[in-house]
Design a protein around this ligand. Structure first.
Ligand code: CP
Ligand code: NVA
Length: 320
């Protein structure tokens, strides 16, 4: 089992690389990272020690709130033998005007990796450019790549494969949609993003994913037709209608996205095989019902657990 971890790490040549979007990695790298995540999950379940990052330190910067990302990174860093350092917005000079460039240079002298959750993707890119250590994107307004990797691991566990899986994302075209399209493109999935016209995912990110998809046999499709989209779906996936930073638009979004709620009627259209996914946090009665979230079709808590394993794989691969 640890041989599998070692063979994945030997195959990957990602030391020092930042993990900012899934698009940045080749299909082979994405699949090997998922294999590594699976092997680390086995090791954890068997309580086999896997201190691949003994003596290292990882800083976690949170400019937005979090339950899963904070906990799964902190626990995962410890399980790899490293020291986690949690910094929320109020703990750090970045919030009150210290530049990203200075922050990157200083933090590079103390820690071996930075995980950051923030607003602009360009801030994460700047941190990676100016620092001397890898940066991991823990969510921005436009991407949530650690979530996408955990989602692919979960789909592979529950569907037995990724190639050819019909993954239907329903609701608001957002950061989670973008990372799902990117991981689907790299792994041969048929991704359908079903949203109202005004809430489509970003056209440039989708075009880039479609170009990646052409290399793997994946497809990335946009539609607003819920009934057609969910027919024969292997997975229905949703996320909040109102992402962090969009709180003032909550009522408008709720009205515009009402017909895109994942509920029991939608599951009937899809068929009994369908798995339901949600990155969480969920808003019962908005994008999903409590009934569906806790139905036998739901794999949301396996999905939440897999954040831990997917992120440990990323950290083990990129930290020197
Ligand atoms: N899915 C996810 O990233 O959850 P948190 O916002 O709780 O980290
Ligand atoms: N789209 C959501 C995801 C939360 C994990 C947000 O950005 O708030």
């Amino acid at each position: 089992m640890t041989e599998k971890i070692h063979s994945c790490l030997a195959e990957l040549d990602l030391t020092g690389r930042s993990f900012l979007t899934i698009h940045d990695f080749t299909p082979a790298e994405v699949v090997t990272l998922l294999d590594l995540a699976g092997a680390l999950k086995d090791a954890q379940k068997r309580r086999a020690p896997h201190h691949f990052l003994d003596g290292r330190a990882v800083a976690m910067i949170f400019m937005k709130t979090s339950t899963r990302t904070r906990m799964s990174f902190e626990v995962g860093i410890e399980q790899l033998g490293a020291q986690p350092i949690f910094l929320n917005a109020n703990d750090i000079q970045l919030r009150v005007g210290e530049t990203i460039k200075d922050t990157a240079n200083v933090m590079s002298r103390y820690v071996d990796c930075i995980m950051i959750r923030t607003f602009a993707q360009t801030d994460v890119e700047d941190l990676a450019e100016h620092g001397q250590i890898p940066v991991i994107n823990g969510l921005t307004d436009s991407h949530h790549p650690c979530q996408g990797m955990a989602d692919a691991l979960t789909i592979r566990e529950h569907c037995g494969r990724l190639e050819g899986v019909k993954l239907v994302y329903i609701g608001d075209g957002n950061n989670v949609t973008h990372s799902l399209a990117e991981v689907g493109a790299k792994t041969g999935m048929h991704v359908v993003a079903c949203t109202p016209q005004d809430y489509r995912p970003d056209a440039d990110i989708i075009a880039r994913a479609q170009a990646d998809a052409a290399e793997t046999g994946a497809t990335i499709e946009l539609t607003d037709d819920v009934a057609a989209a969910v027919r024969g779906a292997d997975v229905i996936y949703t996320d909040t209608f109102t992402s962090m930073g969009q709180e003032a638009e909550h009522d408008v979004r709720l009205a515009a996205l009402r017909d895109y709620q994942v509920n029991a009627e939608m599951l009937k259209l899809a068929g009994p095989q369908v798995k339901v996914m949600h990155c969480l946090p969920a808003h019962w009665g908005e994008e999903i019902t409590e009934e569906v979230l806790y139905s036998p079709n739901s794999v949301v808590f396996d999905q939440a657990e897999n954040r831990l394993h997917a992120q440990k794989a990323i950290m083990a691969a990129v930290i020197a």
